[in-house]
Design a protein around this ligand. Sequence first.
Ligand code: GLA
Length: 426
Amino acid sequence: MCLAFVRGLCESVFFVKPIANLKRVIPMRQRIWILAALVTSLTGAMFAQKDSVSASLALTPPMGFNTWNKFGCDVSDELVRTMADAMVKSGMKDAGYQYIVIDDCWQVSRDTKGNIVADSQRFPSGIKALADYVHSLGLKFGIYSDAGSKTCAGRPGGRGHEFQDALQYAAWDVDYLKYDWCNTTTQDAQASYALIREALDASGRPIVLSICEWGKAKPWLWGKDVGGNLWRTTEDITDNWEGPVKWSDGTCCAPGMLGILDLQVGLESYAGPGHWNDPDMLEVGNGGMTTAEYRSHFSLWAILAAPLMAGNDLRSMTPEIHDILTNKEVIAVDQDALGREGRRVWKDGDLEVWAKQQQDGSRAAVLLNRGKSEQKISLKWEQIGYPGHLPATVRDLWLHKELGRFSGEFSAAVAPHGVVMVTVRP
Ligand code: GLA
């Protein structure tokens, strides 16, 4: 029946004469093969098309703001609108930030038909009106749910409602979905995220899928294949230079910013345009680290080609924090179109060099001093794949200054808990 359908389709639409002639010149068995090949290529084209929906999103690491790190469950229509306003007024939008994402706690229940219900006290004009407002500023709108029965804050999760929720998100004009992993009991991670991607695609709206599974089932191995655009590689970041630190509920222990950095080593090859390792959202500006430490945090996330999701109050940033988050030279490293994730190319105790290849053949590098006193760190050309004799221009991305031409290596004094971030251009 299937073959008859395809043959009918061919004869009626494309090949009326040719198919009739084929009967005369090509034996039955070969005709069946030709039809089978046709069916295969048609279905292949359908799947390639589906793949390309998610693969065409987030070609550079997503940049935006997410409510969780600073506001937790204290989310509201007003908070999101004012944060979107601040993203524009502060120049962050011009610097490349795009997504405004409401994390957990916007949802309270499901109605009798199973539709997800937003908190009407906190979002009195509804989610669609809020998304429209964010879009009116030229920004994109993101939302949060969970693959399990409940979100991490105990709100209704997505399990069993994937297609219904995806249609709702599309009707609200959602551009980005962060999908968490709490209360998933025995669910299979890969299958759960494949299902929500399928549902999102079926909604007809291109929606970035942010897999938030904390690295438990190694999502870097399968995240791209299930249509994820980014996947968390670790548990939650906390606003500390270095772990281990106790979680807010007193249990042990959060890795801290540097602990998360260490967990990225070896994951570099899994990232690329449309699919990124996500070492979690930024803590820059939340008060737990010094300005130098936040500068290091931001530089390291940029060299990692990490998503840059600000997690601070954009309405009340100090000039120092503003200058960190809007440093266009550092952001350009994160957003480089080649999409290579940087890697640690050298380590000696507290001193490290991280480097990232860029599209124009240049390298970006971070010289990191994890220690408590100033130290000299050398970046050697052999660490970044250049021959030692090659002269190259070194530019400091925080001083916004050319430092000169160097051959073989470049050395700098690096402040405690600080970085020197440079590009090296032959
Ligand atoms: C988990 C996630 C966080 C945040 C909270 C919300 O802990 O990893 O990023 O979304 O849930 O409850």
